[in-house]
Structures are given as structure tokens and as C-alpha cells.
Design a protein around this ligand. Structure first.
Ligand SMILES: [Zn+2]
Length: 265
């Protein structure tokens, strides 16, 4: 039974991942999300429903457009796989693991849904950031409001007070760092979008999640940046911080709010 639920969650996740691919491609380009139907960017070939099955179509088409044989980016199946795994992981961690009866547990369901929405926003934002070095305000503000709304139910990750502290921590702390960095180096160390993203993360998971996301995100970011700095000295390059903060927030979420627990030991 649990395996069946996990498989269904995974498949549902890949379908959402397919939708996220559309959002990641179209939103920054200002193309309508609902119309027109997906087509090959090289030859305009309209993608048929059977060519649009998450992950599987990519394998059957061997990563090429069926009409012009142009390569299809491996990012598409990657986003689908990632979203599928994330959905299944959330259902396992926040629902199945703590669910002992066969009856529907509304509280766990709300929490699982919250985790899925939170991660979904971060997946879309991260891939847009990788392509365009921007984080969309609509998702930052929308996510922030959704996070606060979840905190108003008694089943969310945090209560309303913790959520508000989270928004403030996510908004103020990186702003101070931004300001100091700007004064010292006369350039932006992190983007305004990153600050809004951290405020959104705070609305979902509270101040500790902001700290966790910033710490893990910075360590991961440095691990990627140091080899790049060594390779091309004096070269200016820009690494989007959004994906690292997102990975940090998700890892922190799955750690079960480890910072807060350590504080009370
Ligand atoms: Zn084509």
C-alpha cells in the first residue's frame, strides 16, 4: 500500500515537473502559459500528446525532436525526475512515516501539501535563476503569502509568530549583508531577488530555516565557486545564488529543523 502511494506520488510529481518545464521556459519570456501548445523551438513541430509523457518520451525520442532531429535539452527529463522524486520524498517524510492508521490524517496532509508547494516554487525559481539570473517576484511574493496562510492553519511547519519572525529574518539579515558588501566592495554580493526569496523561505519555515538555508547555501555556493575562481583568475563571473539557497532550504526542511533542536539540547 505504501509503495503504491509512493509510486503514484512520483508519477504525479513528474506530471507537475512537465508543467514546471513549461513555466521555466515561458514565464521569463512572457509567453502565455496556457496557449499555444508546446512546440519544438527549432522547427515549430507541434509536440503530440504521446511525445509529452514525462521522462518516458525523452527516452523513446532518444532526446531528439521527432520532426527535425534537433536535440531536446536533458533539462526537461531532469526537472520531471527531480519533481517526481521530491513529491515522493515529501509524501514519505511528512505523511507515510508518521501515519499509523489507514485513515486520512488531515494535519499530515496539510503539512505534506505545504512541503510540496514550497519545493515546487523553489524548483521553478531555481531553474529560471540558472537561465536568466533572476528570481520572479510573482513566485517570491506569492510563496510568501502562501507560507503565511499555511502558518495560520494549526498544521503548518511553523505558527504565525514564527512565520513573521521568518519573514523579518529573511528580509533584514541578508539586507544587512548586502549593504555591508556593497559598501566594502562597491558591488552586489547577492541580489535583491535572493533577499525576497529568503523572506519567502522564512514565511514557510521560520527564522531558523532562513539561517539554515543561508549557511548550507553559502557552503554549497563556495564549493562551486572556488574551482571557478582558481580556473579563471581575475575573470568576472556570476553564479546565481537562488538554486543554492533553495537546496539549503530543502535540506534544512528534511533535517527536521535541526538548528532549533540543537538549541534546546
Ligand atoms: Zn524540431
Amino acid at each position: 500500500m505504501k509503495i503504491t502511494i509512493l509510486i503514484i506520488s512520483f508519477i504525479l510529481g513528474t506530471i507537475f515537473g512537465s508543467l514546471f518545464n513549461v513555466l521555466i521556459y515561458r514565464l521569463p519570456r512572457d509567453i502565455s502559459v496556457v496557449f499555444p501548445n508546446s512546440s519544438c523551438p527549432h522547427c515549430g513541430h507541434k509536440i503530440k500528446p504521446y511525445e509529452n509523457v514525462p521522462i518516458l518520451s525523452y527516452i523513446f525520442l532518444r532526446g531528439k525532436c521527432s520532426a527535425c532531429k534537433s536535440p531536446i535539452s536533458w533539462r526537461y527529463p531532469l526537472v520531471e525526475l527531480l519533481t517526481g522524486l521530491y513529491f515522493a520524498l515529501c509524501v514519505y517524510f511528512f505523511y507515510l512515516k508518521s501515519q499509523n492508521t489507514i485513515f486520512l490524517d488531515i494535519g499530515l496532509l496539510v503539512k505534506t501539501t505545504e512541503a510540496i508547494i514550497f519545493g515546487s516554487i523553489l524548483i521553478v525559481q531555481s531553474f529560471i535563476d540558472l537561465d536568466w539570473f533572476i528570481l520572479l517576484d510573482s513566485f517570491n511574493y506569492g510563496g510568501l503569502i502562501i507560507g503565511i496562510l499555511f502558518s495560520l492553519t494549526s498544521y503548518g511547519f511553523v505558527n504565525i509568530k514564527e512565520s513573521m519572525i521568518g519573514v523579518l529574518t529573511g528580509g533584514i539579515l541578508p539586507s544587512v549583508i548586502y549593504f555591508i558588501y556593497f559598501k566594502v566592495r562597491k558591488m552586489e554580493g547577492l541580489g535583491i531577488g535572493d533577499i525576497k526569496l529568503l523572506a519567502m523561505i522564512g514565511a514557510y519555515g521560520g527564522g531558523f530555516m532562513v539561517l539554515g538555508a543561508m549557511f548550507i547555501g553559502s557552503v554549497l555556493g563556495l564549493l562551486v565557486a572556488i574551482p571557478m575562481i582558481v580556473k579563471n583568475k581575475n575573470m568576472q563571473f556570476y553564479i546565481p545564488f537562488g538554486p543554492f539557497l533553495s537546496i539549503g532550504a530543502i535540506l534544512y526542511m528534511f533535517s527536521g529543523n535541526i538548528l532549533e533542536k540543537m538549541l534546546w539540547i
